[in-house]
Design a protein around this ligand. Structure first.
Ligand SMILES: [Zn+2]
Length: 299
């Protein structure tokens, strides 16, 4: 799919601008990060290696083919080029890719906490869940492999112990998704510091999903509330309870085990799955109560 035709000069200027914004907002330090955009069906325009993204000039960019062979430019293409190529090969709809190390989102990536809770309406409608691709050494072929399993279903992802990656139908939409991820991470961090996030209900998530069409936001990047059986890694779920006010873990599930007699299941348990497959989160108080209960039964 070829998007609106933009001139090469315009795209070079846009990469410079996106780089300037990434650096100004502290999403990259030193020479971190990289940006690329499709020039046409067979060529990419991308940032060169070893330059600060805040101080680029339009003539610095490299042109490569989809196998990463340099076609034009004085400098070598980004050391993370393979990760970009992997995205373009798997997502013909994607026109641009942005990679940066925004500190709060990267903190979540370092802590191993995906941004997958249905907390903010605008995130549910634009990005869905933001999974974490497993750690791979930057610049190696393991990094595109780690990214591969998520690119089909997600427009934004965290890279474990590294940073974040966003894709878009044009350069600025990929960049804005990076802003959204970092903004979401900051809000999520504050909510967790203040005692925890109150997640939106599953019903509300479905309603927001329906609104995506009206906003002109098309799939892919679905909000996956029901991942394909046997392939959960391809599409991490948005965590939301199935009714307003319901907790992700019912008291029955947490304290007595087994399915809840009222039919309540933890929000992230897909329909038809066994409760044994569910992940649960307990507070220290709940954990203590569980252990005390178990000890009482032993006596
Ligand atoms: Zn990086």
């Amino acid at each position: 799919m070829v998007g609106p035709v933009s001139s090469e000069a315009g795209l070079r200027a846009d990469i410079v601008e996106v780089g300037r914004r990434l650096y100004a907002r502290g999403y990259t330090a030193s020479n971190d990060g990289n940006i690329s955009v499709r020039l046409d069906a067979g060529r990419l325009l991308m940032t060169p290696t070893s330059v600060c993204k805040g101080f680029m000039a339009p003539e610095m960019m490299c042109i490569t083919d989809l196998d990463g062979r340099k076609l034009a430019g004085d400098r070598d293409p980004s050391s993370e080029m393979q990760m970009h190529l992997e995205v373009y090969r798997r997502r013909p709809d994607v026109q641009a890719v942005v990679h940066a190390h925004p500190p709060t989102a990267t903190g979540f990536a370092v802590a191993g906490i995906p941004l997958d809770r249905a907390v903010l309406a605008e995130v549910v409608t634009t990005l869905g869940s933001v999974p974490i691709a497993e750690y791979a050494t930057p610049s190696t072929k393991e990094l595109p492999e780690a990214v591969r399993q998520y690119v089909q279903a997600h427009d934004g992802m965290l890279l474990a112990n590294h940073g974040a990656l966003t894709l878009g139908k044009d350069l600025f939409s990929a960049y804005y998704k990076m802003e959204t991820i970092e903004h979401f991470a900051k809000i999520s961090l504050v909510a967790r510091l203040l005692g925890g996030e109150r997640v939106l209900s599953r019903e509300e998530v479905f309603r927001l999903q329906d609104l995506r069409g009206r906003y002109g936001i098309a799939a892919p990047a679905p909000i996956c509330t029901d991942p394909a059986p046997g392939d959960p890694a391809e599409c991490q779920v948005v965590r939301a309870p199935s009714a307003p006010g319901q907790r992700l873990v019912s008291d029955h599930e947490a304290f007595r085990g087994g399915p809840d007699p009222r039919g309540l299941v933890p929000g992230l348990l897909r329909p038809g799955a066994s409760p044994a497959d569910a992940e649960i989160r307990l507070t220290y108080g709940e954990l203590t109560a569980l252990i005390e209960d178990a000890v009482r039964h032993l006596k």
